[in-house]
Write a protein that binds this ligand. Structure first.
Ligand SMILES: [Zn+2]
Length: 393
C-alpha cells in the first residue's frame, strides 16, 4: 500500500470510528425507541394490534422524511413501505423486516420489557423490534451526516412473517426486484452477532388419509384403519431426509381417530421440510406428491409445498458479506457468518437472485422464548454497520 493510500485508509478508519461514537452517544435513545415498539404488542393474528404498531412506526419514518405507503391486508396488519430519495438516482437498497411477533396479546403482563444487566428483554425485542430501531437510527444518522441519504433507500416492514408471509410475499418480491441489494434486519446469530449468509428453504405439507370407520368389536374386518396407513406413510416420508444434502423431513403433528372402539376413518400428518439447495425443491415435492397408499382401500391426499426457497450463499451474498466484514474490521471487530435452518423473507429476495444479507439486526438470545433479549452494548455498532452498508453497497 502506498503512503497516500494508507492515509486514505486511516481517514476511513477515523471516519468509521467517529460514526460509532455518534451511535454510542445515542445508545440510550435507541433503547427508548425499541422499548416503545416492544410495548405495543403485535401478534401476527391480530390485525388491529399490528396496525396500531404500524401507525406508530410509520410516523417515525415519516418524521425522517420518508414517504409512507401502506399495502392493505385483509387478514393481517397492513404492510408498511417507506421510500427515501437519495442524492444520486441509483437503485434503492431495500431494508427488510417485519413488525409482527409470535406472542399473543397480554404477554407483556408476564414478560414485561425490562432493561437489566446490560440486556433489554421483552416479547419481540430480538425478533425483530430492535431491528426496526436500528433501521430508524441508521437512517436518521445518514440524514444528519449528509443532509439527504447518499442513495435511495426503501424500507419494507411486513405484518405476517411469523406466519409464513403469504400476504406480503408478492410485495417483498416486487420491491426486491427493483433494489440493488436487500439488507434484512432479522436477529443476528449467536451472542457474537454473526450475520446470516445462508438459510434453508422451508416447505410444509399435509398428508391426509381417509379409511373407513366401523365398530372395532362388531365389524372390525370391514373397517379400514387410517391411522395404520398414516403410520406407514410417516415411516416413508421420514426416510426422505438426506442429511448430506441438508434436506430434512420432520413429521411434527399427527392427529386422527375418534374413540378407541372405532376403526379410524381419518388421520392427518403435518410435515416440515427444509432444503439447503434450490435444486432439491422439485425432487422432494415430487416425492411428497407421489405418495401412494400402502393399503389400496385408503385414500391419500397431499397438500402444501415448498413456500420459501433456500437463501443460498451466492456470489452476491458473499460480496455483501465481504463489504460488511471490512466495515466491521474498521470498527475493530471481526464479523462472522452463519448458515441457519430457519427461513425469513430474505429467502424470497435471495431466491430471486438479488444480493441479500440477513441477520443484521439485534444481538441477543431467546427469540420466541420467555428469555428473549438483546444486548444493549451491541446496538451502536449494529447501527454503525447498517449506516455504512447503506453508503457502500
Ligand atoms: Zn423474525
Amino acid at each position: 500500500m502506498t503512503s497516500s493510500r494508507k492515509a486514505v485508509a486511516r481517514n476511513a478508519d477515523a471516519e468509521t470510528h467517529r460514526r460509532l461514537t455518534y451511535f454510542t452517544d445515542r445508545r440510550d435513545l435507541i433503547v427508548v425507541n425499541i422499548r416503545e415498539l416492544v410495548e405495543i404488542e403485535s401478534p401476527s393474528d391480530n390485525k388491529a394490534a399490528v396496525d396500531q404498531l404500524g401507525d406508530v412506526v410509520a410516523v417515525k419514518f415519516s418524521a425522517l422524511g420518508g414517504s409512507v405507503r401502506f399495502h392493505e391486508a385483509r387478514d393481517f396488519g397492513n404492510h408498511l413501505q417507506v421510500d427515501f430519495p437519495g442524492r444520486v438516482p441509483d437503485k434503492p437498497v431495500l431494508l427488510l423486516g417485519h413488525y409482527d411477533t409470535v406472542y399473543p396479546l397480554g404477554t407483556l403482563a408476564s414478560m414485561p420489557c425490562r432493561a437489566m444487566d446490560g440486556k433489554l428483554s421483552g416479547p419481540g425485542v430480538l425478533d425483530m423490534k430492535s431491528g426496526i430501531g436500528i433501521m430508524l437510527h441508521a437512517i436518521a444518522a445518514l440524514k444528519d451526516w449528509h443532509g439527504v441519504l447518499p442513495r435511495p433507500v426503501s424500507v419494507l416492514l411486513v405484518s405476517d412473517e411469523e406466519v409464513g408471509s403469504a400476504s406480503s410475499r408478492a410485495i417483498t418480491e416486487s420491491l426486491a426486484k427493483k433494489a440493488a441489494a436487500v439488507l434484512v434486519l432479522e436477529p443476528s446469530y449467536g451472542l457474537d452477532g454473526r450475520v446470516k449468509t445462508a438459510r434453508k428453504g422451508v416447505g410444509e405439507y399435509q398428508v391426509k388419509i381417509t379409511g373407513k370407520a366401523t365398530h372395532a368389536g362388531l365389524d372390525f374386518k370391514k373397517g379400514v384403519n387410517a391411522i395404520l396407513e398414516l403410520a406407514r406413510q410417516i415411516e416413508k416420508v421420514s426416510g426422505f431426509t438426506d442429511l448430506k444434502k441438508g434436506l430434512t423431513v420432520n413429521v411434527g403433528i399427527v392427529s386422527g381417530g375418534s374413540r378407541t372402539n372405532v376403526v379410524p376413518a381419518e388421520a392427518l400428518a403435518q410435515v416440515d421440510v427444509r432444503i439447503a439447495r434450490t435444486e432439491d425443491a422439485a425432487g422432494i415435492d415430487k416425492k411428497m406428491r407421489g405418495l401412494r397408499p400402502f393399503n389400496r382401500k385408503c385414500k391419500i391426499e397431499v397438500s402444501g409445498g415448498v413456500n420459501r426457497p433456500p437463501m443460498e450463499r451466492t456470489a452476491g451474498v458473499a460480496m455483501l458479506y465481504e463489504i460488511a466484514v471490512s466495515i466491521a474490521r474498521d470498527l475493530g471487530w471481526s464479523l462472522g457468518e452463519a448458515a441457519v435452518g430457519g427461513g425469513s423473507d430474505g429467502n424470497f429476495t435471495a431466491g430471486l437472485g438479488i444480493p441479500t444479507l440477513d441477520g443484521l439486526g439485534g444481538v441477543g438470545d431467546g427469540a420466541h422464548a420467555v428469555h428473549e433479549h438483546i444486548l444493549i452494548s451491541e446496538l451502536p455498532r449494529r447501527a454503525a454497520l447498517l449506516a455504512r452498508l447503506i453508503e457502500r453497497v
